[in-house]
Structure formats: structure tokens, C-alpha cells
Design a protein around this ligand. Structure first.
Ligand SMILES: Nc1ncnc2c1ncn2[C@@H]1O[C@H](COP(=O)(O)OP(=O)(O)OP(=O)(O)O)[C@@H](O)[C@H]1O
Ligand SMILES: [Mg+2]
Length: 473
């Protein structure tokens, strides 16, 4: 039988929780203060701890930190009557499994407890898996944040639980989703992906569930939906926060009943799909605004995985830079520039609003655009100065360049990349070649040469400062 330690200074809560948990088949221990709780735990390590935040004396967050330092650190669920975002964030950073607001909802509490315990059971397996995730296309970085992430991914991969991946654009959510699939028992079955933001709202249902011929205007043939196509495997619902409410209702039903109904059909088809959802939206806020169903949120958020922004793990920048340089070299066959320490310093200091995707683009851009053999701090500064508008021009919900370009000869990819960068810089500089050259960290003559080679016409770049270029090469 699993033992749960309840630490709360309020007697009523201790009683209520012990009763509820005992009814659900758990053994319980109680403590009234942090000190008391830690002592209890050391005497008789529980499988899980329910810990109040506001305790007399040492508070719950301190106790949480101490529990997480124990060799057999138990999962800890924090509880608070006056939940603030800051405390919730701190608790999560300290390694709390979850954070529940009082008054506690018994059903939610039991679900959370069950998830947390399931997680522990899988910890051992996760260690092995975590070490396998560092492969050539795995998650690069060894910062504490990254290690924690890898650990969480390994643990979740070993389970069949639903996962909600949150994080800013370009942090690596999709990579995490793929690692989850690759590390899971479903690895040999299909991995499907639906970008809920890129599909027009009216089409999401037919995309997910499929449709029968003639079920609506434009439905010329029967179509198998993405859920059905991923049967036996994993389906990533990317940008899930952008789904229409009606589609959310249908999705909820799929998750509950494990079956789909094609649009225009009333036949149900059983499906076995592990759903992983990802979003850069604040779903709790979307719930408050009535744009996201709370019940769906809890169904999707069984195991939450947050991918931290790059600026919160700058220690990883160096390793990522090396990773993308090596990748660039492998794929292009070009020899790399020498990257000066000063250049690395500039890169490590950048705020990376576009996160890892931006870093990859910057690294490629540096290799492609830098003249000579050495990349120095000034080269980096020049590229970074143009990084924001360029990153903006390339991102947007479907900024997966890698996918569009897959299978093209590398020379072609490089030319396209170069062309795209130059056109974006020209656009940002209102067509002024000398300004675009400055943004790109190139001299004007060199930019002109590249433009000629890539067939970028003067008309694309209204050249205000053109007179002498052609003689300047
Ligand atoms: N830790 C990492 N190690 C190696 N590559 C990474 C890492 N994180 C992200 N990447 C790479 O960065 C790029 C962006 O990652 P990904 O597409 O997974 O981000 P995302 O969070 O899904 O972004 P968006 O919110 O814009 O969809 C990809 O090329 C991915 O392979
Ligand atoms: Mg993504």
C-alpha cells in the first residue's frame, strides 16, 4: 500500500484529507509543521507528500526544497489557500509535482495523487531512457534546467500518460514531443502531428477526425483523420490553444471514449492514440477568457512538461552553438569558421527572444555570411542586430523551415537561406543596399555580389545608393 504524508497546520484539513485518501486505498501519515513533517519523513519515508505552503515556523517551500534534496526524494504536491503565481512558479522550480489551490477539489486531488505516484514508479526506467536521449538529434544542453527537462521527458516517455508541453516559440517543444515518442513503447508506430493553429478553424474537425465523401462542400473523397492515422502511435496536437471550442468538445470525447467519428458519419471507430499537446499559450488564462475548455485542459495536462526559454539556461548556448555548427558542417560540407571566444561571449549574452530556433538561424547565418576565416564579436553583433526583424519574418506558426526544405540538395538550401536572409534584410532596410549590408554584417560590394549570384534584381532592392557598386568589386 502507498503511504502519503499530509503536512498541514489545520486539523480539519488533515482529517479531511486522511479520510479521503484512506477511502481511496492509501495509508496516511500526518504532521502539523514543516519540522514535524521532515522528521516524520526521515523516520518513515512516504511515497508522496502533500504539503501546505503556509505553515507556522519554517514554511512549506523551504520544506519542499529540503525534501527534494533527500536521496529518495518523494513527489510533493503543494497546497495553498492563497495561491499566487509567484509561489506556484517557485514551487515548480523547486521541484513540486503540482500545486493545488484550496479549497481542494477531491477529484482533482485524487487524480493528481495518482499521476504523481505513477510518475515515481517510472523513475527508474526513466534514468536509462534519459541517457539515450542525448543522441545526435536529441536534446542538447547540460544546464540544470535541461537535465531536469531530460529527466521529465524520460519519465513521461516510459509511461503512456498524456503530456502537455508548454514553452515559448522555438524552445524545442516539438523536439521534446518526438523524444517522448521515440523513447516510448509506441516508438515503432506512427508519430503524427497536427498544427491546430495552421489549419483553418472550419477544417480542424475533418483534419482530426476525417470525413466521409460529400459530407460538406469540398469533401470530394473520404478522408482518414490524423487521429485515426496515428492509431497505435502518438499524435502531437501542436498549438492546441488555438483550437475552436466545438473541436475541443469533440476532442474531449475522443480522449474519454477512445474512439472517433468521421465528419458526416455516425459510425464510431475505436482508436488507440497517445495524445501529446503543445502550446505557447497560457491555457489557464485562455480558460478564464472562455476560449479553452477547462475539462479538456485537465485531460491533456496529465503530465505537464515546461520547456524553459533559452535566456533562463544560458549555460546551454555554447553547446547548442557547437551542435548547430557541427550539423551545418555535416550537411553543407563547408569548412567552419573559427569562432573567437569574444564571439561566443556575445552569443551567450544575447536574450534569444526566438530561443533555440533563433540560435540555429544565427549560427547558420554567421557561417554563410561571414567573410574570411574568423567569426569575431563584431560579426556576431552585426548579425544579432538584424536578428529580431529577420527572426520575426521567418517565424509565425508554421516556421518549420527544416520540413519544407527536407530532401533538397544542400547547395539549394544554402542558396535559399541566403536569398531569404538577404531579401528580409533588404525589406527591413526599405531596399537600401548599404543599410541591408550593415544589418547583415557584410560590406556593400560583397552583398551586391551575392545578390547578382542569387538573381536578386535591383527592382527587389530599390537601390538609393547604387552609382558606384558595379565598379567596386
Ligand atoms: N535542446 C535542443 N537541442 C538541440 N536542438 C534543439 C533543442 N531545442 C530546440 N532545438 C531545435 O530548435 C528548433 C526549434 O525547435 P522546435 O521546433 O522543437 O521548437 P518549438 O518549441 O516547437 O517552437 P514553436 O513554438 O515555434 O513551434 C528545431 O530545429 C529543433 O531541432
Ligand atoms: Mg513547435
Amino acid at each position: 500500500m502507498r503511504t502519503i504524508l499530509i503536512v498541514d497546520d489545520e486539523k480539519n484539513i488533515r482529517l479531511e484529507l486522511s479520510g479521503l485518501l484512506a477511502d481511496a486505498g492509501y495509508a496516511t501519515l500526518v504532521a502539523e509543521s514543516a519540522e514535524d513533517g521532515l522528521e516524520r519523513f526521515d523516520d518513515d519515508p512516504a511515497d508522496l507528500v502533500l504539503l501546505d505552503v503556509n505553515l507556522p515556523g519554517r514554511n512549506g517551500l523551504e520544506a519542499l526544497a529540503q525534501l527534494r534534496d533527500r536521496p529518495a526524494a518523494p513527489p510533493v504536491i503543494m497546497m495553498s489557500g492563497e495561491a499566487t503565481v509567484e509561489t506556484a512558479v517557485r514551487a515548480t522550480k523547486l521541484g513540486a509535482f503540482d500545486y493545488l489551490e484550496k479549497p481542494l477539489d477531491p477529484d482533482r486531488l485524487l487524480v493528481t495523487v495518482r499521476n504523481a505516484l505513477e510518475n515515481v514508479a517510472l523513475t527508474r526506467k526513466s534514468r536509462e531512457l534519459a541517457s539515450q536521449l542525448g543522441g545526435p538529434d536529441g536534446l542538447v544542453g547540460d544546464s540544470p534546467a535541461m537535465r531536469k527537462l531530460r529527466d521529465a521527458v524520460g519519465r513521461a516517455a516510459a509511461s503512456d500518460a498524456r503530456v502537455l508541453i508548454t514553452g515559448e516559440n522555438g524552445t524545442g517543444k516539438e523536439l521534446v514531443a518526438r523524444a517522448l515518442h521515440e523513447g516510448s513503447a509506441r516508438a515503432k508506430s506512427p508519430f503524427g502531428k497536427v498544427n491546430c493553429a495552421a489549419i483553418p478553424r472550419e477544417l480542424i474537425e475533418s483534419e482530426l477526425f476525417g470525413h466521409e465523401k460529400g459530407s460538406f462542400t469540398g469533401a470530394a473523397a473520404r478522408k482518414i483523420g490524423r487521429i485515426e492515422a496515428a492509431d497505435g502511435g502518438t499524435l502531437l496536437l501542436d498549438e492546441v490553444g488555438d483550437m475552436a471550442l466545438e473541436a475541443q468538445a469533440k476532442l474531449l470525447r475522443v480522449l474519454e471514449e477512445r474512439e472517433v467519428e468521421r465528419v458526416g458519419s455516425n459510425r464510431t471507430i475505436p482508436v488507440d492514440v497517445r495524445v501529446i499537446a503543445a502550446t505557447n499559450k497560457d491555457l489557464p488564462a485562455a480558460i478564464r477568457d472562455g476560449e479553452f475548455r477547462e475539462d479538456l485542459y485537465y485531460r491533456l495536462n496529465v503530465v505537464p512538461i515546461h520547456v524553459p526559454p533559452l535566456r533562463e539556461r544560458r549555460e546551454d548556448v555554447d553547446a547548442l552553438v557547437d551542435h548547430f555548427r557541427a550539423k551545418f558542417q555535416r550537411e553543407s560540407g563547408r569548412s567552419l569558421h573559427t569562432l573567437e571566444p569574444g564571439a561566443r561571449k556575445e552569443l551567450a549574452a544575447w536574450s534569444w527572444p526566438g530561443n533555440v530556433r533563433e540560435l540555429r538561424n544565427v549560427v547558420e547565418r554567421l557561417e554563410i555570411m561571414t567573410d574570411g576565416d574568423v567569426i569575431d564579436a563584431a560579426d556576431v553583433r552585426a548579425i544579432l542586430a538584424g536578428s529580431r526583424p529577420l527572426a520575426g519574418a521567418e517565424s509565425g506558426p508554421e516556421a518549420t523551415d527544416d520540413e519544407h526544405e527536407e530532401g533538397l540538395p544542400l547547395r539549394e538550401i544554402l542558396d535559399r537561406t541566403e536569398r531569404r536572409l538577404i531579401l528580409a534584410a533588404l525589406g527591413a532596410a526599405n531596399g537600401t543596399v548599404s543599410e541591408a549590408a550593415r544589418q547583415l554584417g557584410l560590406d556593400r560590394a560583397n552583398l551586391h555580389r551575392k545578390m547578382r549570384r542569387l538573381g536578386i534584381e535591383r527592382a527587389d532592392a530599390e537601390d538609393a545608393d547604387s552609382v558606384a557598386e558595379d565598379v567596386s568589386d
